[in-house]
Design a protein around this ligand. Structure first.
Ligand code: HEC
Ligand code: HEC
Ligand code: HEC
Ligand code: HEC
Ligand code: HEC
Length: 401
């Protein structure tokens, strides 16, 4: 009896060992990508004939973008990338949209420089890296786009595009980032933030804010998936919701604009790239000639003081010819009357003891001497007088605000 039992056990254990060996063997010699390559072979045979099918790639494929220090094996599964006649084939076999590769040949750019993902991995879950936590570079594709409800599912990829295209004013194919750049100029973010060496110091320098690690953000006030992208979205929609005491204004951005800005600020990373990968065409993150000309005109007019002291970044003083591009603060033309109305104190007291944004401005970014404060008061009295003169002359031309 005992001998029989032992024999049985030997059979069972033997069978188990065999199963394990077979499993390991198939995993090793029959990895996921082999199935995809077999599928590709069949697809080509069916679509383009047996002769073409013989040219289908077999074995591990990789692109070594030497100068970018990237080894990308995505083409092991994405076998149809540069094939003709596969524009509507199913993934992972579809031919790549061609126009973008004309400017960025795969041999020099690989795949992950645009798409993200783990270039070295050869199974889909790890290569796309969208479900694993703490991967630095997930595939910026449909899955994440969907998670963040972004209208254009591929748009997140623009974060990577802009690592190289940072200094373009606009770039074809980068609608979200282009919009973000437009907003940064129109809303006057530089009034408070230094970006690329120019701007104020009321908020943090944003030049490399994209390098901040996820642990540096406080997600305790967030609903939804905690992520850096999600934090920026919430912060742009309502800065105070993420940072209670901030003086960053709520600009009333809609979802799309908030997404555009979140992508833009996340793209502001150090790029250790060889010069040839940086498009030199229009290094244009500088003031335009028109902006410079207007500034010069204001510099020499009756409101020059407000330009020299950089108040004009946030304030117009309309009756002295000062036009702010950003208008983050109110027009100072009627501050003489408006300050007592809003704060219950005369302008003199407000400047001596400012509250809110101006308390931050006057203690960090612009320090005024007592004489300069006196100049402010004198100039703003003149501005107010002019405003009243204008109003009595042509009462119907009074602006609504
Ligand atoms: C093991 C095979 C495999 C590897 C390796 C692989 N992929 Fe894929 N990929 C697929 C399959 C299958 C699909 C279609 C199914 C899907 O979308 O989930 C796909 C879809 C995609 C898509 C379109 C869907 C989307 O999310 O936008 C992109 C882009 C993509 N892959 C990029 C890459 C990049 C970049 C790499 C290299 C880092 C890579 N893939 C490596 C198999 C693979
Ligand atoms: C210069 C940037 C760039 C490089 C390099 C690049 N791609 Fe793309 N890829 C794009 C763009 C842009 C699209 C079009 C996205 C869209 O549909 O709007 C795209 C589309 C795709 C799609 C189809 C996604 C879909 O939704 O249909 C796949 C798959 C893909 N790429 C894989 C790859 C692979 C694999 C490589 C490397 C062999 C690669 N890409 C290299 C920019 C790039
Ligand atoms: C690794 C750096 C790098 C990345 C990433 C990159 N580009 Fe480029 N791109 C360049 C360079 C360099 C050129 C100029 C190449 C040439 O001479 O044609 C260029 C040229 C272009 C052009 C044509 C010239 C122009 O400025 O109008 C477009 C459009 C463009 N890129 C869009 C994109 C988009 C969209 C992405 C992301 C999907 C992207 N690029 C990702 C470096 C990059
Ligand atoms: C009146 C001043 C002011 C203006 C104007 C302003 N910000 Fe801010 N911003 C701040 C301050 C102060 C903080 C730090 C506190 C906080 O997180 O809100 C900040 C924080 C930020 C952060 C988070 C930085 C980090 O370390 O992660 C980003 C990103 C940002 N601002 C972007 C912008 C953009 C883009 C604009 C223009 C649309 C803008 N800001 C306009 C004052 C300003
Ligand atoms: C970074 C942007 C910024 C700069 C630079 C700035 N201000 Fe302001 N200022 C504001 C904001 C925002 C308000 C509105 C504050 C509030 O409502 O609490 C304001 C309010 C004021 C007011 C009250 C106006 C009213 O009608 O209630 C005065 C006066 C004023 N600022 C003067 C100045 C002067 C003078 C300078 C230059 C020395 C200056 N500000 C620079 C943002 C700025």
């Amino acid at each position: 009896m005992a001998a029989n039992r032992d024999t049985l056990w030997i059979y069972v254990v033997g069978a188990l060992l065999l199963l394990v060996t077979v499993a390991v063997y198939t995993q090793y010699f029959q990895p996921e990508w082999k199935d995809y390559q077999a599928g590709f072979h069949d697809l080509i045979e069916e679509k383009l004939g047996t002769q073409k099918a013989a040219q289908a790639p077999a074995g591990l494929q990789q692109v070594w973008a030497r100068q970018l220090d990237r080894v990308d094996r995505c083409t092991t599964c994405h076998t149809g990338t540069d094939w003709a006649g596969l524009d509507s084939a199913p993934e992972p076999y579809r031919a790549h949209p061609r126009e973008i590769l004309a400017h960025h040949p795969i041999a020099e750019y690989g795949c992950t420089s645009c798409h993200g993902g783990q270039g070295y991995a050869t199974d889909m879950v790890r290569a796309h890296a969208t479900t694993l936590e703490h991967w630095d570079e997930p595939l910026l594709g449909k899955e994440l786009g969907q998670a963040y409800l972004i209208g254009n599912r591929e748009a997140l990829m623009e974060i990577n595009c802009n690592l190289c295209h940072r200094f373009d004013r606009t770039t074809a194919g980068m609608d979200y980032i282009n919009r973000g750049k437009e907003l940064v100029a129109a809303k006057g973010c530089r009034a408070c933030h230094t970006i690329n060496g120019r701007g104020g110091v009321i908020g943090p320098d944003l030049t490399y804010v994209g390098d901040k690690s996820p642990e540096q953000y406080d997600y305790s006030r967030m609903s939804g998936v905690p992520s850096v992208f999600g934090w920026h979205l919430a912060h742009f929609k309502d800065p105070k919701s993420m940072s209670q005491t901030t003086v960053m204004p709520n600009f009333g951005f809609d979802s799309r604009d908030a997404q555009s800005l979140a992508m833009l600020v996340m793209s502001w990373r150090h790029a250790n790239l060889p010069v040839r990968y940086l498009p030199g065409a229009q290094l244009a993150d500088r003031p335009t000639p028109e902006e410079l000309a207007k500034e010069h005109e204001m510099m020499t007019g009756p409101g020059a003081f407000f330009v020299q002291k950089t108040c004009f970044i946030c304030h117009s003083v309309s009756t002295l010819g000062i036009e702010s591009a950003a208008n983050i603060g109110p027009d100072l033309a009627d501050a003489v009357a408006d300050v007592p109305r809003r704060f219950g104190i005369p302008l003199e007291s407000f400047l001596a003891n400012p509250t809110g944004t101006m308390s931050v401005v006057l203690s960090t970014q612009i320090r005024l001497t007592p004489e300069e404060k006196q100049t402010v008061i004198e100039k703003l009295k003149i501005a107010y007088q002019k405003k009243q003169e204008q109003q009595t002359k042509s009462p119907q031309a009074v602006p609504k605000t």
